[in-house]
Design a protein around this ligand. Structure first.
Ligand code: PLP
Length: 465
């Protein structure tokens, strides 16, 4: 593309996509037909521009990742400079300067004694590598049975074989083979959809008891890790009851189970801190996985940061000759790491963590006002992460097919009105770039409101609501 995107013929590009491109979550019945996904040609700040020349607010911030916003010159310059200086070195036998410096920076942000970083190519590879580390760790320690991973229904951890098996979102499962032998699922900590209608405190006790019972049933010597997002993001911005992570971590400690906090979404400022585990959820886990916001989406990068005391058990004199041979050609890629360092620089220069903490109450309050609309069942969020859940039948314990259709209609209406929204099932999810201002929040929420009101009126007129 040139700056305007005019060098390419848009109709030809759309034709090429229809004929040759397979996208994630491709609806195969519609492969090759038009009218599907928009073609975005350029972007700036919190806005994207599509091939019809329309400028829209990017509600989901790409996919929860465009922290500093589009068009950041410092990041683009850092990418170009590093590509020219040395675009690649093999991490299998050499070290990249940007990777070393980034590992130092991430270690300084991470809580407790988490101070060793392993770099990957994105979120799936970050979680996959962390899980493979747990398996490796227990093998080196001579505990070959301690391998089961406990995760939650509605969690999402990626698209590799192992991370897909650990993801409890029903919609991602049909027609895939999943290695479920290694995985055991417990309930999503979803207060809104909890069928027993208990208080938050009682629900917490239920969840902790369920976790303890599961460990007892599996036997602690067979359980290697608990894997959890602080907030279940793709599962519908599910916020656990207060104290949940702390209680679960205490149980993990009792049974020598490693706690992996998957901060692919919540890390790098989304909740107003570099990482949310300690500052927002009061835990110091054993491993934190990250991706997305680490480069604000400019180039792919992910990784995990690991506790020194855990690593010490299998390194140095405890290593027993082992090599952690999990890794990638592009682990610690110098261009990606240079982009991440520039991204961290922009976040610091613009004081974006403080900005998120300052603007979060306003964002959440404006969003919460949508609860007064009859079509809205629930509104929830943490930091600059929010979700409006549609509920056409308040008596239903689960989202219905019609709820999901309604969310899609709202999404389309928002697009018409200048806002990209990412419908996940029955939910409209917003996670804008961290640079968003109050007037931009007003505009975003007002488009969402107008669109909900319009769809609400339409389905009423159709006699469906
Ligand atoms: N973990 C979480 C919490 C995610 O939300 C995602 C992606 O959305 C992943 C892992 C996988 O990341 P990626 O798509 O970069 O592989």
């Amino acid at each position: 593309y040139t700056e305007t995107g005019s060098q390419w013929n848009v109709a030809e590009l759309e034709g090429a996509a229809h004929r040759h491109l397979i996208s994630p979550a491709e609806e195969l019945a519609k492969l090759g037909t038009s009218g599907g996904r928009p073609l975005f040609t350029s972007a700036d700040g919190i806005h994207v521009r599509d091939s019809h020349g329309r400028t829209l607010i990017d509600g989901p911030g790409g996919m929860w990742c465009t922290q500093v916003g589009y068009g950041s010159k410092p990041i683009a310059d850092a990418i170009a400079a590093q590509a020219l200086r040395i675009c690649y070195n093999s991490p299998w036998y050499s070290i990249s300067g940007p990777a070393a410096e980034l590992a130092r920076r991430i270690s300084s942000f991470a809580p407790g004694d988490l101070n060793h970083v392993f770099f990957t190519t994105g979120g799936s590879s970050a979680v996959d590598s962390a899980l493979r580390f747990v398996q490796f760790y227990n093998n080196v320690l001579g505990r070959p049975t301690k391998k089961k991973i406990i995760c939650r229904i509605d969690g999402y951890h990626g698209s590799s074989h192992l991370t897909a098996a650990c993801s409890g979102r029903a919609g991602n499962r049909p027609n895939f083979d999943l290695e479920l032998d290694t995985v055991s699922f417990i309930s999503a900590p979803n207060i809104y959809r909890h069928p027993q209608g208990k208080s938050e405190a009682a629900f917490l006790e239920f969840l902790v008891a369920e976790f303890e019972e599961r460990i007892a049933a599996l036997k602690p010597e067979n359980v290697g890790a608990f894997l959890a997002e602080p907030i279940l993001a793709s599962g519908g911005v599910i916020i656990p009851p207060k104290g949940y992570h702390r209680r679960i971590l205490e149980t993990c400690r009792k049974h020598d189970i490693l706690y992996i906090s998957d901060e692919v979404v919540t890390g790098f400022g989304r909740c107003g801190h570099w990482f949310a585990s300690e500052e927002v959820f009061d835990i110091v886990p054993d491993i934190i996985t990250f991706a997305k916001g680490v480069t604000s989406g400019y180039v792919p990068l992910g990784g995990f940061v690991l506790s020194e005391s855990v690593l010490a058990k299998i390194s140095g004199e405890n290593a027993k000759g082992s090599f952690y041979t999990n890794g990638y050609t592009y682990s610690g890629h110098p261009v990606s790491c240079a982009a991440a360092l520039a991204n961290i620089g922009v976040i610091e220069d613009q004081d974006l963590l403080a900005h998120v903490r300052e603007i979060t109450p306003y964002f959440q309050e404006q969003l919460a006002k949508l609860r007064e609309l009859p079509l809205v069942g629930d509104v929830r969020g943490v930091g600059l992460l929010g979700c409006v859940e549609c509920a056409t039948d308040p008596t239903s314990e689960a989202a219905t097919d019609f709820d999901r259709q309604v969310a899609l209609r709202i999404d389309r209406q928002c697009y018409e009105n200048g806002l990209v929204v990412r419908p996940i099932g029955s939910m409209c999810v917003l996670s804008p770039a961290l640079i968003i201002t109050r007037p931009q929040i007003d505009e975003m929420v007002s488009i969402l409101r107008e669109s909900i009101v319009r769809v609400q009126a339409e389905i009423r007129a159709e006699g469906k609501f």
